[in-house]
Design a protein around this ligand. Structure first.
Ligand SMILES: Cc1cc2nc3c(=O)[nH]c(=O)nc-3n(C[C@H](O)[C@H](O)[C@H](O)COP(=O)(O)O)c2cc1C
Length: 173
């Protein structure tokens, strides 16, 4: 899939088929994270690839904003270690992983796990050192039949893009 089409068509997926992903695609998704740019090339990330069914079920029980992790054949925990700009660096890696997955027909959803008890329980389950920062869990899988997503319209270009100076619409459409 061409990059522009991939960016334009990508949508969050929250209902997954149980079908496993080919191992070489799982590897490519992790590589996409590894190749992401980071502040001063610090590469402050760890990616924990989870495919064990019991662990996925347990993650779905802990993550109240992402119960559907339990259905997915794969989840990747994004963990940052001594990062100066963890959200930015993680965001770059996550988006690359999402797009590589989507280009192969595989969807994901950013699952927020900021609550203290969730952080503690997930760190314990996955053996993540306490001082590291767990950013998100990303479940990956093929979209379940009949799942059309939530419908996520975007603001019009005229509202968010400016030409030369703030307030002068870049485009009307
Ligand atoms: C930082 C961030 C946090 C998010 N947290 C959650 C979440 O906890 N649970 C969830 O179902 N979706 C979550 N989402 C997905 C957004 O709701 C989704 O990306 C947005 O509605 C746009 O839809 P789209 O991705 O289909 O274009 C999150 C997205 C981002 C970027």
């Amino acid at each position: 899939m061409e990059v522009y089409e991939c960016v334009q068509t990508r949508r969050t997926v929250r209902n997954f088929k149980p079908d496993p992903l080919p191992e070489d695609l799982v590897f490519r998704i992790v590589q996409a994270g590894r190749w992401a740019p980071s502040s001063s090339n610090s590469q402050p990330w760890h990616f924990i690839v989870v495919q064990n069914r019991d662990t996925l079920t347990a993650l779905g029980e802990i993550a109240s904003q992402g119960r559907f992790i339990a259905q997915a054949p794969l989840a990747i925990a994004i963990v940052m270690d001594k990062a100066t700009r963890p959200q930015l660096d993680a965001g770059r890696a996550i988006q690359q992983m999402e797009l590589v997955a989507w280009s192969q027909g595989v969807g994901t959803c950013f699952v927020g796990v900021r609550a203290e008890d969730q952080q503690r329980e997930i760190k314990e389950l996955l053996g993540i050192p306490a001082e590291m920062e767990l950013i998100t869990l990303l479940p990956f899988g093929y979209r379940a039949e009949g799942d059309t997503g939530r419908g996520t319209p975007r603001k019009p270009m005229s509202e968010i893009a400016h030409r030369e100076r703030f307030g002068q619409a870049y485009a009307r459409r």
